[in-house]
Every structure is written in structure tokens, then in C-alpha cells.
Design a protein around this ligand. Structure first.
Ligand SMILES: [Zn+2]
Length: 142
């Protein structure tokens, strides 16, 4: 029970880092160089603004400094990662499989959300192969 709670707390913290990856990787920004800041008013966020899920709830989903809305994705990724860690902990316990499963899930989550937010994949990205409805239909007929 206590270990499960620790897994959730660890997952929440990792989820917070995944949000940094989702925000910065597509822009080519460093993951470590600059502290977390509001993308609208550029104010560097204090430690109490960065508590996963809790800060979002206490601030009603808005920036403490400029009241700009914080994307719901932030709290969903944090809470979702916490739940993923709990699920994997209940399946694998303290093992290398837990680490591998959480690592794979985190990478997939970051790639999936960047793809959704930036319209990458399924032939919609620049330079990717164009797979239209006709191509898919032709493939199903064969
Ligand atoms: Zn702000």
C-alpha cells in the first residue's frame, strides 16, 4: 500500500517532467537549461507552483501571475502518469520490468501527445508519405 502510494507520487513527478518534454522538445529547447516558466507572461514559476496536480487544482487551472489558462493536458499527463505508475507497480512490483514498462510508457506518451498537438503522423506532417482515403481503401480491398 505504502509502496503503491510512493509509485503514484513518483509517477506524478515524472508526469510533470513529461510535460516539460512535451512543451520543449518540439521547439528544440533544452530540457534542463531554464526553469519552468509561464509561456504567456514568462514568469519563472516558484516551487509551490510546480506541485503536480495540486498546483493546477489550487490555481483553478490558471497562471498565478497572469491568470492565463494552463492547458488541461498538463494535469491529465501528470495524473495519467501517476496512474500508469500505480498500474505497473501493481503488476510488476519492484523489478526491472517496472522500470522498463514505465520508461516505454513515458516515451510513448510524450511521442503521442507531441504528435496530437503538432499534427504529426498519419500523413499530416511535412515530408511524411501521403496516405489518403483512397490508398487505405485500396489496401483493404486487396
Ligand atoms: Zn503567466
Amino acid at each position: 500500500m505504502v509502496n503503491g502510494i510512493c509509485a503514484v507520487l513518483f509517477g506524478l513527478a515524472v508526469g510533470s517532467f513529461l510535460n516539460v518534454c512535451i512543451d520543449r522538445l518540439p521547439r528544440g529547447q533544452s530540457l534542463l537549461h531554464r526553469r519552468s516558466h509561464c509561456p504567456v507572461c514568462k514568469t519563472t514559476l516558484a516551487a509551490h507552483d510546480l506541485v503536480p496536480v495540486l498546483s493546477y487544482v489550487l490555481l483553478w487551472g490558471r497562471c498565478r501571475y497572469c491568470s492565463a489558462p494552463i492547458p488541461k493536458r498538463v494535469v491529465l499527463v501528470e495524473a495519467g502518469t501517476g496512474m500508469l505508475f500505480l498500474v505497473f507497480w501493481s503488476i510488476y512490483g519492484a523489478s526491472v520490468y517496472f522500470l522498463l514498462a514505465t520508461l516505454a510508457a513515458c516515451v510513448l506518451l510524450v511521442v503521442l501527445i507531441i504528435g496530437i498537438e503538432h499534427g504529426v503522423g498519419l500523413g499530416r506532417g511535412r515530408g511524411s508519405p501521403q496516405v489518403g482515403k483512397k490508398g487505405v481503401r485500396d489496401g483493404l480491398r486487396r
